[in-house]
Write a protein of this length. Structure first.
Length: 124
């Protein structure tokens, strides 16, 4: 599976202990400033960490068509950027999709996935 911590729905697998993912190359992630705890002398240490380290990890199960789309979209967007800007990942696209869902949260209605999708105008 390419692009991160995305799992595809299927038969349940037994839990597996996994090591923490290796950090991507420093140039691949856009750094963000993080305020550290003040030193005893009163000055504050500001250091730069990759943006992805500021996010919470959450595993999700997605359909095969969703996985295919997000991988293809990531590849296309990264080709179009021609090295400019930050590297886009599957997780980048999922975060953007979640932001869109948050923006339309008032429209969400229903008690099933199909009903939630319909309340947002998503039909198969």
């Amino acid at each position: 599976m390419l692009g991160g911590d995305i799992a595809v729905a299927g038969p349940a697998a037994p839990p597996v202990e996994k090591a923490a993912p290796a950090a991507p190359p420093a140039a691949a992630a856009a750094p963000v400033s993080v305020q550290a705890t003040p030193h005893a002398a009163g000055s504050q240490d500001v250091r730069s960490v990759p943006r992805w380290l500021t996010y919470e990890r959450k595993e999700t199960r997605i359909r095969p068509d969703q996985l295919e789309w997000v991988e293809a979209q990531r590849k296309e967007l990264n080709q179009r950027r021609q090295g400019a800007g930050e590297r886009l990942t599957d997780n980048t696209l999922i975060r953007v999709a979640l932001d869109l869902l948050i923006k339309h949260q008032g429209e969400l209605q229903g008690v099933t996935e199909d009903q939630l999708r319909q309340s947002l105008g998503l039909t198969d």
